[in-house]
Write a protein that binds this ligand. Structure first.
Ligand code: ZN
Length: 177
């Protein structure tokens, strides 16, 4: 599916989620058809492991729709990068979205730590946010950094769109950026 079409699907799915109409397909039929025909997800979502952030719900998606990679603070390390590469190279995904969220505990930890942290994830976030002190701005900088790293992996590639997004855990709205 072309990137723009995949993005439109995510935007429409989030609008349905916000209106309380959930339409993801988790039926027996979709389990059978995806088992038989394989998966053809329309987008890759790299997001935080936070339990309040549930990509399939947020985008009204179902089985086979999204290739979701979760890691605290939606950082790109070798494992998350490999999963993204697999989805782009082997599953044909043309849209990669890095989705941060408000009130991210990993970003908060990075904001309050001024020296090397025992967790690599927090050090990656510290590098991404620099001297920023505002939690929301820091989350956005962290998303921007992951987007840049992923763009660096793929370079300029026809038809591949790599972008950021922020999820508001109170309103449920996703802002693409
Ligand atoms: Zn988080």
């Amino acid at each position: 599916m072309p990137a723009e079409e995949a993005l439109k699907k995510l935007e429409e799915g989030n609008a349905r989620y916000l209106s309380g109409v959930y339409s993801g397909d988790f039926s027996k039929d979709i389990r059978s058809s995806t088992a038989e025909n394989g998966q053809h997800p329309s987008a890759v979502i790299l997001t935080c492991s936070d339990s309040r952030v549930i990509p399939e719900m947020i985008f009204s998606a179902g089985i086979g729709d999204l290739f979701v990679i979760r890691a605290a603070g939606n950082v790109v390390d070798s494992c998350t990068a490999d999963s993204i590469i697999y989805a782009v190279e082997h599953l044909g995904c043309r849209l990669v979205v890095v989705m941060g969220h408000t009130s991210c505990g990993a970003v908060r930890e990075a904001l309050h730590y001024s020296r090397d942290h025992p967790l690599d994830t927090i050090n990656l976030i510290r590098g991404a946010i620099g001297d920023e002190t505002d939690p929301l701005n820091a989350s956005k900088l962290n998303v921007d950094n992951s987007v840049s790293v992923i763009r660096g992996i793929f370079g300029e590639r026809e038809g591949l769109k790599i972008m950021g997004a922020m999820y508001d855990i109170v309103s449920g709205r996703v802002e693409f950026c």
